[in-house]
Design a binder for this molecule. Structure first.
Ligand code: SAM
Length: 328
């Protein structure tokens, strides 16, 4: 079991398998784009599997693949298949924009993927294209339906709420949970290395942040019922519209201090272990791979340097990577 200096058990590894993405979401990537990592800098599938095996021996039971966009990596199915065969990993999921899920949902389920979280910030095709700068709403929507048909359940939809952009759609997005057994989760915008002007008439930084309290307020007429249990593990506070099939959740990295319950470790596509999404402290595994060293000590060291919590309220924001390079 991996226990950090603050007594938190770490059993969840999030792996960014590529920094590349087929979208350029305004809040995630700069308008000018970022320079993709050179292919030889990325961990190979074998290296990723080796990290998961060692991490599983140390007590990791839950793995999420992310990116960039994980569905653009050519050997994704082989990575999923190999991780799904590691007995200790009992929860294998993936976070995606769903653009390629129409074709990949079924093969992914067959390879052993259990479930997906899908990013969807608007139901309006024109706005979808504006936010993502490249995306086609219909492809993402078809991808969600394909994931559902392939049994990648439960489907969780992640909506980052941005003032002046999609905060007028909170009711419409939440209402998706009435007829679909989907978990619609509203997420506060995080200040991660992307505070510059977003261009293209998108809102300025002083307009963008919307607190979960304001989101909740906007949903007042839906009469949300609290379904949080005392065993709440993740960062989400969960509610239900009476009579609905799905749920509505709120994730507040800024306002709600779930750091005390954080069970996560992250692996970047270029092989750095990062113990907090919002703190720029990393341990590189490159040397370990080059010298054929045991990865165990590296993973344990990454857990040892896990900070007590982020320091956004003291204006200590991560600057070394934008969100697409960490994986969210
Ligand atoms: N490409 C995949 C996707 O779109 O879901 C996975 C990578 S993406 C970086 C992972 C998650 O991070 C997405 O749900 C995205 O909405 C979220 N995200 C990116 N930038 C964010 C920000 N500044 N604040 C909050 N969430 C953010």
């Amino acid at each position: 079991m991996l226990i950090d200096p603050f007594g938190r058990a770490i059993n969840y590894l999030r792996i960014s398998i590529t920094d590349r993405c087929n979208l350029r979401c305004a809040y995630c990537l700069p308008e000018t784009g970022v320079k993709w990592m050179a292919p030889e800098k990325l961990l190979t599938a074998d290296e990723i599997i080796e990290v998961v095996r060692v991490a599983a021996d140390l007590g990791i039971t839950k793995v999420r693949l992310t990116g960039g966009e994980p569905l653009v990596r050519d050997d994704l199915l082989s990575i999923v298949k190999q991780i799904s065969q590691i007995n200790e990993i009992t929860d294998l999921s993936l976070t995606t924009n769903a653009i390629r899920l129409g074709e990949l949902a079924k093969p992914l389920a067959e390879a052993g993927l259990q479930r997906v979280n899908i990013s969807l910030d608007t139901l309006q095709p024109e706005k979808y294209h504006r936010i993502t700068r490249l995306g086609d709403f219909q492809k993402a929507w078809n991808g969600i339906l394909a994931a559902e048909a392939a049994g990648l359940l439960p489907i969780k939809l992640n909506c980052v709420v941005v003032g002046g952009l999609n905060d007028d759609e909170i009711v419409d997005l939440a209402t998706l949970s009435v007829e679909h057994s989907w978990h619609v989760r509203f997420i506060e915008l995080m200040p991660v290395a992307n505070e510059q002007d977003w261009g293209n008439g998108l809102p300025s930084s002083d307009q963008r942040y919307v607190s979960v309290q304001s989101m909740h307020q906007a949903l007042q007429r839906l009469n949300l019922q609290n379904v949080d249990s005392s065993t709440r593990m993740g960062p989400e506070r969960t509610f239900k519209i009476p009579g609905s099939l799905g749920t509505v959740g709120f994730i507040s990295p800024l306002g709600d201090h779930f750091c005390s319950k954080c069970n996560r470790l992250r692996l970047t596509a270029d092989g750095n272990l990062r113990s907090c999404l919002l703190v720029d402290k990393e341990i590189s595994l490159r040397k370990a791979f080059e010298n054929h060293e045991d990865l165990k000590a590296y993973i344990e060291n990454a857990v040892k340097i896990k900070p007590k919590g982020h320091e956004l309220s003291q204006h200590n924001c991560p600057e070394s990577r934008c969100m697409s390079q960490i994986g969210g």
